[in-house]
Design a protein around this ligand. Structure first.
Ligand code: FAD
Length: 545
């Protein structure tokens, strides 16, 4: 069997390696347009920021080593320019010689990835850059070092934009601005949780401009003029991080099935509508396991898993790919942000009946030094408690908690399952009740009717409604240091003795610092005949967002 693979990085190289492990007999040809195969795309921002100092460290494999280990015919600087499905052959252009040649295939695998969107290519190719491969990162780094760059604008505040901003800022040489068209950075986050990120970036001196799209970029003497929707600014250098588009042109020309807005259509075996052509990685749309919708989820994890599925199926081991829940993680200076499953916007779009809960537990037992407060937002199906999504922000354990919740979402677990999870504990690592167990407890309390929760947004919507009153149950000291406008203050430990200060005809919306003491207050009050609701997230969350 002769297998040709287009694209030699995450999806392509992984497919090739698995294929060879499954069969010593196949002829495998890996065609890569660029200078390198199997490089660390995800490490590129860290090379720009000098965290990864040596370019060689970005190269996970070289063509020579890959060939030696896997007996794969690796051809770099060669581009597949056409697929002839009828004749089962591809036309390849050798970029160095500029000559075309043909190669036949029994099976063809497409893993060409996605290219950064750049509507401004014609304006100034030197000063407006995108980041996709090793060369881009080397050129960006060299240009900044050699051209006395003082002011960089990053257009687009997705995870690549934020990672690049952090890395450039750590170099301490330039003023950094992130410009984002929507109301918050990192699209998979909900707006409230994104505010944590905005604060961290601004505290580090990064200028974050939101709700402001770039209309035009102009050449301006030795600078670039950036025309925003409501103002104009200038920068010495621009890095565009406004998203990626599947590289599906080859597939379009070969008349393979493509989604209306791009992305190759594949079945659960990662097979296109041509039974001898597979596609994977950033070029395909895959099922979102929560909504069951097909979506573009350009992440390395899914590409690597799909590679195994493709290789298995080619070698006759029937394997399916179920889809992704888009789990991702990002470092932002001293903080980490993890996201998995779906957010509130997706729930609303899909008419999913959901509730949210915000918890701020400590990363490990507070009596052991170094515990940090986490901010966990979970989204769950309101009747069943099925976990649909989570966003986790903090300094420590963010990866662990996000991964546990990702597992829960993938396995369709409910809050009842989270309560039961038997997770490891010793004081330096967690608490006897892990934050994930606590999350389960809190959601189950709500579902079982022990407490009703309400968000700050809902509280604000009720501000002019006289039937509701906000009750602060923190200590006197905490209250004096700052409180929600117009609230009654009764510290939790005085509450049982001051029930007569409260009015049974009203509903009390109760808060403390994080939601735990207010839950106890809610239990005291509801058992004494009061209508109460616990404000999720508490004062800590209100003052952070
Ligand atoms: P790629 O890995 O992009 O490989 C496609 C290759 O195909 C390219 O090298 C291209 O040159 C080649 N090619 C295209 N067309 C042809 C052709 N016609 N002929 C020959 N070769 C061709 N994901 C995460 O999960 N976590 C991260 O932290 C993360 N960080 C990232 C940071 C950056 C800066 C970038 C750019 C991406 C990051 N990603 C991250 C995304 C991740 O790298 C991709 O999802 C993953 O690489 C997709 O794999 P792929 O095989 O589909 O495409």
């Amino acid at each position: 069997m002769k297998i040709i693979i287009v694209g030699g990085v995450a999806g392509g190289a992984t497919t090739a390696a698995r294929l060879r492990r499954l069969t010593e007999k196949a002829e495998i040809i890996l065609i890569e347009r660029g200078n390198h195969i199997s490089f660390a795309n995800c490490g590129l921002p860290y090379y720009i920021g000098d965290v990864i100092k040596n370019k060689k460290d970005l190269l996970v494999q070289t063509p020579e080593k890959f060939n030696k280990r896997f007996n794969v015919d690796v051809r770099i600087k060669q581009e597949v320019i056409k697929i002839d499905r009828k004749e089962k052959k591809v036309i390849i252009r050798n970029i160095e010689t500029n000559k075309n040649y043909e190669e036949s295939y029994d099976k063809l695998v497409l893993s060409p990835g996605a290219k950064p969107i750049n509507p401004f290519k014609d304006i100034n190719i030197e000063k407006i850059r995108t980041l996709r491969n090793v060369e881009d990162s080397v050129e960006i780094k060299d240009y900044i070092e050699n051209n006395n760059i003082k002011n960089i604008a990053i257009i687009g505040g997705g995870y690549i934009g934020v990672e690049v901003a952090e890395n450039l800022s750590n170099l301490n040489k330039t003023k950094i601005t992130i410009i984002e068209k929507s109301s918050h950075l990192i699209a998979p986050l909900d707006e409230d949780m994104a505010k944590f990120i905005h604060k961290v970036l601004r505290d580090k001196g990064i200028n974050v401009i939101l709700n402001n799209g770039v209309k035009e970029i102009e050449n301006e003497d030795d600078k670039l003029g950036i025309v925003l929707e409501d103002k104009k600014m200038s920068a010495d250098f621009i890095i565009l991080c406004i998203g990626v588009k599947p590289e599906d042109m080859l597939a379009v020309q070969a008349d393979l099935k493509i989604y209306p807005r791009g992305g190759i259509e594949v079945d659960e075996h990662m097979r296109t509508n041509d039974e001898d052509i597979y596609a994977l990685g950033d070029v395909v749309k895959i099922k979102n396991c929560v909504t069951e919708e097909f979506a573009h989820i350009p992440l390395a994890g899914p590409a690597n898993k799909q590679a195994r599925v493709v290789a298995n199926n080619i070698c006759g081991i029937e394997t399916t790919y179920d889809g992704s829940i888009g789990s991702s993680i990002l470092k932002i200076f001293d903080y980490n942000l993890g996201m998995t499953g779906i957010n509130e916007t997706t729930c609303k779009k899909n008419n999913i009946q959901y509730k949210t809960i915000i918890l701020s537990p400590y990363s490990h037992a507070t009596y052991y030094p170094g515990a940090n407060m986490l901010n966990i937002k979970a989204i769950y199906e309101n009747k069943t408690g099925k976990i649909l999504g989570a966003q986790v922000f903090g300094k420590e354990s963010v990866d662990k908690i996000t991964d546990i919740l990702a597992t829960a979402i993938k396995m369709k677990m409910t809050a009842y399952d989270l309560e039961e999870l038997d997770l490891c504990y010793a004081p330096p690592f967690s608490s006897a009740k892990s934050p994930v167990n606590l999350l389960g407890n809190s959601i189950v309390n709500e579902i079982e009717g022990l407490v009703k929760t309400v968000t700050w947004q809902e509280v604000e919507d009720l501000e002019n409604n006289n039937n509701f009153e906000v009750l602060d149950v923190r200590t006197d000291k905490e209250y004096e240091e700052g409180a929600f406008n117009d609230c009654i203050h009764i510290p939790l430990d005085d509450l049982r003795n001051r029930l007569n200060d409260l009015d049974k005809s009203k509903t009390y919306l109760v808060y403390c610092r994080t939601g735990l003491r207010s839950y106890i207050a809610c239990r005291i009050l509801s058992q004494n005949g009061f209508e109460v609701q616990n404000i999720t997230g508490g004062y800590h969350y209100l003052t952070c967002i």
